[in-house]
Write a protein that binds this ligand. Sequence first.
Ligand code: NAP
Length: 247
Amino acid sequence: MKLVVAGSTGFVATEVIRQALSIPAITSAVALGRRDVPAPENSGPATDGAKLKSVVCENWEEYSDSVKQELAGADACIWTIAITPSKPKTAPWETVCKVCRDYAVTGIETMSQLRGRNSDTDKQPFRFVYISGTASQRDPAQKPRLLGDYSLLRGEAETRILDFAAKSQGAVAACVAKPGIISSPAKPTPLMRQAFYAVIGLPKLQVAEIAAALLDQVARGFDKDTLENADLERIGQKALQEAAADA
Ligand SMILES: NC(=O)c1ccc[n+]([C@@H]2O[C@H](COP(=O)([O-])OP(=O)(O)OC[C@H]3O[C@@H](n4cnc5c(N)ncnc54)[C@H](OP(=O)(O)O)[C@@H]3O)[C@@H](O)[C@H]2O)c1
């Protein structure tokens, strides 16, 4: 299968790409970002760096013909692009809305249209994962007190992505991933912050677990349209154990 990882320079995408390169079912991986990415470091012996194509996108509202050419025929996309909650004040609100919601909607619309109809897998839907967060809220009447506008924005993006798939008559399947705080051995969450997250009840997840879970789901099909932190942890741990047993 041909997989697109959008937001390829980011924390989660880097791990998704690293793992994808050692999964035989993924025959081609397009790393789509604002900048080129090199083949990841610390990859195991099963890694096939030749599967990776780094593609730079300069306009996320209307893809250039050359970018479209690289995306054509993709079977799935893991969408990681966002201005994350720690950063919204670094950009005007209008830009945060565009990046977190509109770019993703344009992404699913464009890539699903570009999917070739002659591929072996065209009986399967085009699979699209939108990574959101555990605190996102789809119901405007339930605006959270903490980061309320941001949580509703991410919830609106989720609704638009899921609606698009629901109206596609089976051509597109979408899934929203709602992780809590993601960390890695190389990027541990500072203790003070861990204590704060525990107080406000945010669950935790390892970056290897969410990457393995999303790769499992795009390859096998989605268990359900919304994967909560506990789902991602369970699916990810199982996939990592199976990969270790196969190695
Ligand atoms: N990390 C966590 O603890 C956590 C927890 C819950 C949910 N999430 C969600 O998981 C997803 C991935 O998070 P992450 O930690 O991997 O984020 P990240 O490291 O900040 O990566 C975000 C990606 O979005 C891209 N991006 C940002 N602004 C952009 C713009 N204006 N145009 C095009 N691309 C843009 C970045 O590109 P550049 O490198 O070019 O800036 C980067 O590739 C996000 O949806 C996030 O909300 C993360």
